[in-house]
Design a protein around this ligand. Structure first.
Ligand SMILES: [Fe+2]
Length: 134
């Protein structure tokens, strides 16, 4: 898992609705921390989630400063275009943790290449991995 910061600028920022899933996970719970708020930092738009009965829930309507939002990432969700006055509003900003599965270099050759090791360190690492297999 790693943390990101998303910025949805005034009159531009949106996220088309979608569903998230991890390959091996049965359930995927997202959590995010909104840093700006509708009616204070922008005028309309924001996060929505469809519940299991396909009812669209306007999350921005119920969120308050200091809240952490948890939701089932497999439900349809997105961000309606953030609208406001570009002179006075700063848009929608949030932190969001992104679930991912990192693999050890020995399990994923691409990760090993990305480390950009010197040949000496690469050979040393490969011998270490071979020893562990024996
Ligand atoms: Fe998502």
């Amino acid at each position: 898992m790693y943390c990101s910061v998303s910025n949805y600028p005034i009159n531009e920022g949106f996220l088309f609705y979608h569903e998230d899933k991890l390959l091996d996970e049965k359930e995927l719970y997202h959590h995010l921390v909104p840093l700006t708020f509708r009616s204070k930092h922008y005028e309309s738009g924001g996060l929505f989630i469809y519940d299991k009965n396909n009812n669209k829930i306007d999350i921005e309507d119920i969120v308050e400063e200091g809240d952490v939002i948890f939701y089932d990432g497999s439900l349809k969700h997105g961000v309606e275009t953030i609208k406001g006055n570009s002179e006075f509003n700063i848009g929608r900003i949030q932190t969001f943790s992104i679930p991912t599965n990192f693999q050890y270099p020995g399990d994923n050759f691409r990760t090993l290449v990305d480390l950009n090791l010197s040949n000496k360190k690469l050979i040393k690492y490969l011998f270490y991995r071979i020893k562990k297999l024996l």
